[in-house]
Design a protein around this ligand. Structure first.
Ligand SMILES: NC(=O)c1ccc[n+]([C@@H]2O[C@H](COP(=O)([O-])OP(=O)(O)OC[C@H]3O[C@@H](n4cnc5c(N)ncnc54)[C@H](OP(=O)(O)O)[C@@H]3O)[C@@H](O)[C@H]2O)c1
Length: 138
């Protein structure tokens, strides 16, 4: 049976900042590295599947729904059944942190960009996500 390839692309600040007040901590920063990072996310995920929690999906711009499959993940959904549904496809797990807590064990590739931002945040990257393969106790 075809496998689901599970990947993550995310961006963090210098100390692991992921989110602030429901958006990216550097939201609206017009500097080229921030603009390029968002553009890269949409380039790499084009044609694939993007699954994320309700707040993260709410911030996805309308244009992105046209050329990729997007589904909101809810906490009542069974991760294995959800991923099986996309057998043969590349699935990007888009966060936020409670989603990565559960789906990290299925991820074969983490693509983490470390941006120059070093301000406040209320959502943080957890380095344990990188090491919670199925053979490792958490
Ligand atoms: N820097 C980055 O790359 C990046 C990427 C993604 C998000 N973010 C930031 O993170 C923040 C949003 O993340 P968030 O965590 O606050 O909200 P979120 O995206 O809505 O994700 C969390 C929600 O996902 C749902 N969920 C789905 N499957 C789940 C599971 N198996 N276990 C637990 N919960 C599950 C839960 O909602 P229910 O219980 O209601 O179903 C949970 O409250 C924003 O600030 C956003 O900008 C940053």
């Amino acid at each position: 049976m075809e496998q689901t390839v599970v990947r993550v692309i995310c961006a963090i600040g210098q100390s692991g900042q992921l989110g602030h007040n429901g958006v990216l901590p550097w939201e609206g920063n017009p500097s080229p590295e921030y603009v390029a990072d968002v553009a890269r996310f949409f380039d790499i995920t084009r044609g694939h599947v993007l699954l994320a929690g309700p707040k993260t999906i709410a911030s996805v711009p309308k244009f992105a729904f046209a050329d990729r499959t997007i589904e909101v993940l809810r906490s009542h959904m069974d991760p294995e059944q959800t991923l099986k549904h996309y057998a043969g496809r590349v699935v990007f797990i888009g966060g936020g942190p409670p989603v990565w807590d559960i789906y990290a064990r299925y991820v074969s590739h983490w693509d983490v960009t470390r941006l120059p931002y070093d301000g406040p945040a209320d959502r943080w990257f957890n380095p344990l996500w990188l090491t919670c393969g199925e053979h490792q106790q958490r």
